[in-house]
Design a protein around this ligand. Sequence first.
Ligand code: PMP
Length: 421
Amino acid sequence: MNTNLYREAQRYLVGGVNSPVRSFKMVNLPPLFAKKAKGKYLYDYEGNKYTDYCLSWGAIILGHNHPIPKKELHKALQKGTSFGFCHLYETRLARLIQQAFPSMEKMRFVNSGTEAVMSAIRVARGFTKRKFIVKFDGCYHGHSDSLLVKSGSGLSEIKESSSEGVPTEVISQTLSLPFNNTEKLTEIFKKHGKEIACVILEPIPANMGVILPHETFLFTIEKLCKEYETLLIFDEVITGFRVALGGAQELFGIQPDLTILGKIIGGGLPIGCFGGKEEIMKHLAPEGNVYQAGTLSGNPLSMRAGFSVLHFLLRYPSIYTSMRELLKDFQKEWQRKKLPYTLSVFSTMFSVFYTSKEVDNFHDAQQQDIQAFQKIYKKLLENGILFPPSCFEGCFLSMKHKAKDLEKIIEIFCDNVKNIL
Ligand code: PMP
């Protein structure tokens, strides 16, 4: 940890960072300054090499600095970094996305997940002419005003129900409910059903740690949305091309009205995308009157990097099987060792909850032993393992991770839990 670099950064950047969780505040350490990254490894300025399970918060799946997007980016750079006009790779990337996500009949690219969610909500309200949105406690959908209500990710550490600077009037139309709780959801629909524009959720939440959704919960959401003509929005910014090519919607066989993507689809460059049923998306300008625009939207670098990564994934879907197998074995070993913490695994992502109880929702996730997390986190770092510096974030695998990397995690937990408990 380089405290000099941090001190210098603090002179200019708020908190020395450009995104709060990067500050390492939750683990009481100075932030890590990344010098370079390659494959599964990330290197800092002090010569430390870490096996990275953060992977740019899930955006990297082939491994850092992979030759495929790198080559494509070199080619793109010969032609210009931004045109502000239509170009071929927007269509090419959209075609690949639709191949994996047939529910996205029409889509639009933006520059971040936040932007994509914000715009999708606007489309949902424009289409339904309704005002309420329903979300779930601990799900994170970016930092637009109306969604900063009982949010996950960096906001898991903030005890208030929302961020300062967001007037109560703005969030008064956001209803946040406990995840995996069918009764509360049914109640809210009985009360407000005809005024709810959309239900938005991370179908497999990964911003309060990785939470496994009850299938009945997901199917109830789907059913209620149909019954009340409320739009169903799957925020698959993390799960898209991560848990399967076609995300959670492929695995659960649910066709949401709108889908949000980001992270992996940009091949490591800034991106966001929202799309869905044509009859809904056609309400967006220029076809309709819901306004949305962006100077750098669809920029050629993100489009081409994303295209090359998705092209690879669609061609070699077996990489998902391999990653899943690794995590299945990891989970078995974790159970065999009778570690006192709950390991949650879904496909190629996982998280450790520092509690022995099952974790079903945000409330359960908040019961974790934060001090135990902080202590283990330091041990992991000392041993060259980089987890996200918050116990409310998911860990991810890339296709470069191997069984022995995961075995090392278990070893460190086994060596240290006794002293911590
Ligand atoms: N939705 C989800 C599910 C996310 O995990 C994130 C970011 N972690 C976002 C939206 C916001 O994306 P961005 O950080 O690109 O604005």
